[in-house]
Design a protein around this ligand. Sequence first.
Ligand code: HEM
Ligand SMILES: *[C@@H]1O[C@H](CO)[C@@H](O)[C@H](O)[C@H]1NC(C)=O
Ligand SMILES: *[C@@H]1O[C@H](CO)[C@@H](O)[C@H](O)[C@H]1NC(C)=O
Ligand SMILES: *[C@@H]1O[C@H](CO)[C@@H](O)[C@H](O)[C@H]1NC(C)=O
Ligand SMILES: *[C@@H]1O[C@H](CO)[C@@H](O)[C@H](O)[C@H]1NC(C)=O
Length: 202
Amino acid sequence: MRMDRRWFWLIVAMLAALSVCQAGGNLSVHFYKDTCPRVEKIIHEVCAEKIKAAPTTAGGTLRLFFHDCFVEGCDGSVLIAPSGKNDTEREAEINKSLAGDAFDVVIRAKKAVEEKCPGVVSCADVLAIVSRDLVVLTGGPSWPVTKGRRDGRVSNISQVEFNVPDASFKLDQLLHIFESKGLSKEDMVALTGAHTFGFFSL
Ligand code: HEM
Ligand SMILES: *[C@@H]1O[C@H](CO)[C@@H](O)[C@H](O)[C@H]1NC(C)=O
Ligand SMILES: *[C@@H]1O[C@H](CO)[C@@H](O)[C@H](O)[C@H]1NC(C)=O
Ligand SMILES: *[C@@H]1O[C@H](CO)[C@@H](O)[C@H](O)[C@H]1NC(C)=O
Ligand SMILES: *[C@@H]1O[C@H](CO)[C@@H](O)[C@H](O)[C@H]1NC(C)=O
C-alpha cells in the first residue's frame, strides 16, 4: 500500500462534502447520540479485526463507498442482494477486485451494530463509517463522518454502467459523470487521488 498525504487530505475533504451533498442536508456527526451512542466504537472494533486478517480490504471498501454514492446517492443500495431475476448494483461490484472483503467487513459491522442497537443505524452510514475507519487503520488521516443517511430500496444493475466511471472512459465522459453529481473538475481530480492508496489488480 502506498499513500500520499497531500492527496489524501484532499480526498478526505471531498468525501465529506460528497456525503453531505447527496443526502440533502440534515446529516450530523451526532445523529445517533441518543439512539446508538457507541456506534463508532462498535464499528471500529470490527474494522480493526478485519484489517488484521485482510489488509487489502481498505482500498476495495473505499472504492465500494464511492460506487455506492455515484448510483442514486450514498444510500447503501450497492449492498442490496439480488432477488429472483432482479440483478442489483452488487452484481456489477462483485466482479470488481476485492469486493468480497469489502462487502464482508460492512456486513460484519452492520451485524455488530444491530446486536447493540437494532433497527437504528442505516447501512449507508455503516458503509461511510467503515470506509473512514479502514483508511485510518491503514495509516491514513481521520475525518468526522456525518450520519443520518437513509437506505435506498432501489438497486438496479442497469444503473451502474452509466454512473460509475470505467477505466476506458474518455475525459469528457468522466467530467460529465462527476458534473451530473454536482462535482467540479477540481473535485474529480482530488477524489481520484484515492488511487494513491489501495490494491490494483490491473
Ligand atoms: C475518476 C474516475 C475513476 C475511474 C475511471 C476509476 C477506475 C478505477 C479502476 C479501473 C480501478 C482498478 C480496479 C482493479 O483493481 O481492478 C480503481 C481502483 C480504485 N479506485 Fe477508482 N476510479 C475512479 C475514481 C475513484 C474515486 C473517486 C475513488 C474514491 C474516492 C476511487 C477509489 C479507488 C480505490 C480505493 C481503488 C483501489 C481498490 C482496491 O484496493 O481494490 N476511484 N479505480
Ligand atoms: C431537515 O430537518 C427539518 C427540521 O427538522 C425538516 O423540516 C426538513 O424536512 C429536513 N430535511 C430533510 C432533507 O430531511
Ligand atoms: C423484481 O422487481 C420488480 C419491479 O421492481 C418487483 O415487482 C418484483 O417483486 C421483484 N422480484 C423479486 C423476486 O424481487
Ligand atoms: C460477472 O462475471 C461473471 C462471470 O465471471 C459474468 O457471467 C457476469 O456477466 C459478470 N457480470 C457483470 C455485471 O459484468
Ligand atoms: C432495471 O432497469 C431496467 C432498465 O431501465 C428496467 O428495464 C428493469 O425493469 C429494471 N428492473 C427493476 C427490477 O426495476
